[in-house]
Design a protein around this ligand. Structure first.
Ligand code: ZN
Length: 54
């Protein structure tokens, strides 16, 4: 087990996420073509869950 850096797991050298055009956070996933933050890409609606508050 390595402490620190290697706990980043599957992070490769490639960039998988870019800045989302809608919410502006760096959560737009190029592999899934979807923003993990707001859901931009697949659905026109904002990503949201019931367990989310606020
Ligand atoms: Zn977004």
């Amino acid at each position: 087990m390595v402490k620190g850096t290697h706990s980043m797991g599957k992070k490769s050298g490639k960039k998988n996420t870019i800045y989302c055009r809608r919410c502006g956070s760096k959560s737009y996933n190029l592999n899934r073509n979807k923003c993990s933050s707001c859901g931009y890409g697949k659905s026109a609606r904002l990503r949201g869950y019931n367990w989310q508050k606020g």
